[in-house]
Design a protein around this ligand. Structure first.
Ligand code: MF3
Ligand code: CO
Ligand code: CO
Length: 275
């Protein structure tokens, strides 16, 4: 696997890591910010009685109102505008008729395509008052994501990101999911390299300015193991313990990291009311 100037490469996954220019970063800022605004918008819709299909519909309407398309629509047979993962669902929960209930925690994952660029981000939401245990899981997962983001700089490696996440989450006695990872993206939704949320510092692929990828750790209160349900998408914890996830789309700059999907309203990790 080598590195290639993105402008000179086809959009598809060629196995080479694309290094993007300033114009691409501008496009990623627009896509990332619209995605963050979509995640902000759903914040006030999350309340008891609302179905996950209704939340998904609001995401589709928001996208279409802003000249964007949800990347998950018709992606590999998926047919929704978001993934909504409740409680012990790790990721790729399918929106449907399930109504939210007091005490639920949920992840909403949205990827919007704006002028061909992908902004991919997810956050945790709480329905009304949640348990202290749920709140702690959410806080640890958010802190894991941010530690991963701050490990990003030229010369660091993908293993430094994974190590930052794993070391912290496991010190809090929580399990880091191994079966899903972050990914390169840009004009493509899922590209090389894989960004593992575990690993050893100094291992993996060296980071270079111009690389674009997501960091999206999934953290479980219990063991890290997951299984995928018969619908082919929904991943749940094997031990049925609660799971949380946060995701940002980032770029490697000359000096460090740029987070494209930060909330313009300070809602990256809202305060959660506990019982
Ligand atoms: N947004 C997810 C990610 O973070 C991917 C969802 S693919 C879907 O990479 F098909 F499940 F929607
Ligand atoms: Co992603
Ligand atoms: Co995502």
């Amino acid at each position: 696997m080598g590195y290639v100037e993105a402008k000179l490469a086809p959009i598809r996954n060629t196995g080479d890591i694309k290094l993007q220019n300033a114009e691409a970063f501008e496009g990623m800022r627009r896509a990332g910010q619209l995605t963050a605004r979509a995640l902000d918008m759903v914040t006030e819709l999350v309340r008891p009685g609302v179905t996950t299909a209704e939340l998904d519909r609001a995401v589709l309407d928001f996208a279409l109102d802003h000249n964007a398309l949800p990347a998950t629509l018709y992606y590999r047979g998926y047919s929704h505008s978001s993934c909504i993962s409740l409680n012990h669902v790790v990721c790729h929960g399918i929106p449907g008729s399930r109504a939210l209930r007091t005490g639920d925690i949920l992840n909403i994952d949205i990827t919007l395509i704006v002028d061909g660029w992908h902004g991919d981000s997810s956050r945790m939401y709480a329905v009304d008052k949640i348990s202290r245990k749920s709140e702690r899981l959410i806080e640890v997962t958010y802190e894991s994501l941010m530690r991963g983001c701050h490990a990003v700089k030229p010369g660091a490696t993908t293993g430094d990101i994974g190590a930052a996440i794993q070391t912290y989450a496991e010190a809090q006695r929580m399990g880091v999911v191994r079966d899903f990872c972050g990914h390169g993206l840009g004009r493509l939704f899922h590209d090389v390299p894989n960004i593992l949320h575990y690993g050893r510092s100094g291992e993996g692929i060296p980071l270079r300015p111009g690389m674009l990828f997501t960091i999206e750790p999934m953290v479980n209160i219990g063991r890290p193991h997951v299984k995928v349900l018969k619908d082919g998408w929904t991943a749940v914890t094997r031990d049925r313990t609660l799971s949380a996830q946060f995701e940002h789309t980032v770029g490697v700059t000359e000096t460090g990291v740029e987070i494209f999907t930060g909330s313009p309203n300070g809602l990256d990790c809202p305060p959660y009311a506990t019982v």
